[in-house]
Design a protein around this ligand. Structure first.
Ligand code: ADP
Ligand code: ZN
Length: 621
């Protein structure tokens, strides 16, 4: 690396770590706990770091690796991303390399030689490499600055991402007792933390637990009417040209939605386990490398999408748990810029998930756990309070109303739904008592609305006393009532056809011992304060709030970045993040000195791209 005493920044740095942050990464100051974590590891201590996605975990091991003598060894399961991670570091002037199964022998030999001759600052390793004795001997012959264990929750045996190779990492400490270890994860539950500390033998490690809040993500949950149309509207009004992920439950849902978006001019690609490996890899690569690609996926598209500029994550089906939902939405806005998490949810979701739980393999305890997960998710969907307060509470964190979720922006109205609930429940009761019949929501709503459909006539349902007693509400409102009764446990779904039955608690409503408060169905979907005016239409989030002159500049910078990235064969964000381009477009610096003060412009990038950017800024649009 170049002489660390020189810095292009005006403020005088005080520590090696801060100097490194400014000179190499081009950032002014540490965020959150970064400084304490880095100081602790630089001094040789072990650390367990729990930080949300986008919290800035990478710097917590990258900077100590640069400051301490020797090579930082990073264990990561994300083999497909190692090349990109190494490219991103090299673009910063950091000497990085990786060893994994995708390389041929020659490539591996070269990296090993670099490691031994002290020509590396960081070495990324797939966990299975550490099971090979020759790798261990190689590490013995070099100087190791630290071990970083990324995605540390992979050691948790009952988690989704369990990797058996991670269990072997507990031996690092025995073989290299003097080398500090830092384990990092974005998984938020207590049980996982304890398991990581235990299995990695990190008993003496200092724990750093950050808030799991992601303030730049706007949480919104909308009633589902015509989900694809609703999604398209969201993309057109708030996320034109933005990169995003759309999650669907089924492969068919993925295929149909991707085709629908593509027909409507969105650069959308499908991703699910049924596609062949080459298509999946190609679609993922386009998403990571290019600007503004939308991936429609099942949750198979997941861990390690460390693209910083995902501007929205949309769910067209109800996720199965709050934890899964938070992890998936957390893939938006790693760069800290405004992003949207949008979920459309309806009666059919509840019916379908209850059916899936009833039909799932495993014992009763397992089904009860699934049901508890679903209930927590439903409570989040139906809350009239701040979504974020509820989300964070789920992870044991207390907070106040956030001002950046749909219920904060457009407070939800509630209404006394006791009578409506009684009408619906008594229709269910009469069908059961008088006819020994069970039906789904559609038929019961038709009865309440007094509709003489073929099915109503066929079953003589127009003869029931409840026929036509519910005309004060429309179909959509009735569906909202049913959905909320299900969410509150005042009604239940049964069997293959999703028929409705009463619960014990239904009796309290029918017996007038219990009041039912319901959330009013919004007439217009809630939407961000910024996005609400007509003028905001057709604006991508990446250029939102930029002054008019800066927008054109930003677009030129983006085009330059895309061309440069293609030429170098690296993802666009490796050149510069959106946040950096935005700041350049707004500040319009006229000298290299001025450009160097922009956040994200370190020494190496200033040298490589500074002149091109200044030329671009002065050239006529
Ligand atoms: P994580 O691994 O925790 O998801 P990253 O390490 O990828 O997060 O960091 C998220 C984003 O924040 C990256 O774009 C990174 O460059 C940026 N970042 C991290 N630390 C800082 C900082 N101190 N100042 C400015 N940007 C930062
Ligand atoms: Zn809120």
């Amino acid at each position: 690396m170049a002489d660390p005493t020189e810095t292009p920044h005006p403020t005088a740095p005080t520590t090696d770590a801060l100097r490194c942050l400014q000179r190499v990464f081009g950032y002014d100051a540490f965020r959150g706990d970064q400084e304490q974590i880095i100081e602790h590891v630089v001094a040789g201590g072990d650390a367990l770091v729990l930080m949300p996605t986008g919290g800035g975990k990478s710097l917590c091991y990258q900077i100590p690796a640069l400051v301490r003598p020797g090579v930082g060894v990073v264990v990561s399961p994300l083999i497909a991303l190692m090349q990109d991670q190494v490219d991103a570091l090299r673009a910063l002037g950091v000497r990085a390399g990786f060893l994994n199964s995708t390389q041929d022998l020659d490539e591996r030999r070269m990296v090993e030689a670099e490691f031994l001759s002290g020509e590396l600052d960081l070495l990324y390793l797939a966990p299975e490499r550490l099971r090979v004795e020759s790798t261990l001997r190689l590490l013995d012959r070099g100087k190791i600055a630290l071990f970083a264990i990324d995605e540390a929750h992979c050691v948790a045996q009952w988690g989704h991402d369990f990797r058996p190779d991670y269990l072997a990492l507990s031996e690092l400490h025995e073989r290299w007792p003097d080398v500090p270890r830092i384990a990092l994860t974005a998984t938020a539950t207590e049980a996982t933390h304890a398991e990581i500390a235990g299995r990695l033998k990190l008993q003496d490690a200092k724990h750093f637990v950050a808030s799991f809040d992601r303030p730049n993500i706007q949480y919104r949950i909308a009633p589902k009417n015509d989900p694809r149309k609703q999604l398209l509207e969201l993309l057109r009004t708030e996320h034109e040209g933005d990169a995003g992920v759309v999650y669907c439950l089924s492969r068919k849902g993925v295929e149909d939605t991707a085709a629908f978006l593509a027909q409507n001019g969105v650069d959308a690609l499908p991703y699910h386990a049924g596609l062949d490996a080459a298509t999946r890899a190609a679609n993922q690569a386009r998403f990571l490398r290019e600007d503004g690609v939308v991936v429609v996926a099942t949750i198979a598209f997941g861990m390690g999408i460390d693209k910083p500029d995902v501007r929205f994550v949309a769910h067209l089906d109800l996720p199965k748990s709050v934890e899964g939902y938070y992890q998936e939405t957390g893939r938006a806005g790693r760069d800290g810029l405004p992003s949207t998490a949008w979920l459309a949810y309806g009666l059919q979701d509840v019916v379908q998930q209850r059916k899936m739980i009833d039909g799932s393999e495993g014992d009763d305890a397992h089904r009860r756990r699934l049901a508890a997960h679903l209930e927590a998710m439903l409570a989040l969907c139906e809350t009239v309070e701040c979504r974020r307060v509820q989300l964070l509470a789920y992870f044991g964190e207390r907070s106040g109303p956030c001002g950046n979720c749909d219920t904060c922006l457009t407070p939800a109205e509630t209404w006394d739904g006791t009578i409506a609930a009684q009408k619906f429940l008594s229709a269910v009761l009469r069908l059961a008592r008088e006819r020994r019949q069970k039906f789904g929501a559609g038929q019961i709503i038709d009865i309440l609305l007094g509709k003489k459909t073929a099915k109503v006539i066929q079953h003589d349902h127009d003869q029931l006393t409840v026929f036509g007693i519910g005309t004060e509400l429309g179909v959509a409102e009735w569906r909202g009532v049913v959905r909320q009764l299900l969410a509150q446990g005042l009604l239940a779904v049964e069997g293959e056809y999703g028929t409705l039955v009463l619960t014990e608690a239904s009796g309290e409503v029918l017996g007038r011992q219990r009041e039912v408060r319901l959330r009013r169905e919004p007439e217009k979907p809630a939407r961000s304060a910024k996005g609400s005016g007509k003028s905001a239409a057709r604006k991508a989030a990446a250029v939102a709030d930029l002054p008019e002159e800066a927008v054109a500049l930003f677009e030129r910078l983006r085009a330059w970045r895309a061309a440069t990235a293609r030429e170098l064969g690296v993802p666009a964000y490796v050149i510069f993040h959106d946040a950096t381009l935005r700041e350049i477009a707004t500040a319009a610096p006229s000298s290299l000195d001025a450009l160097s003060t922009v956040s994200g412009v370190g020494e190496s990038k200033l040298e490589k791209y500074g002149e091109s950017i200044l030329a671009l800024l002065t050239e006529d649009a």
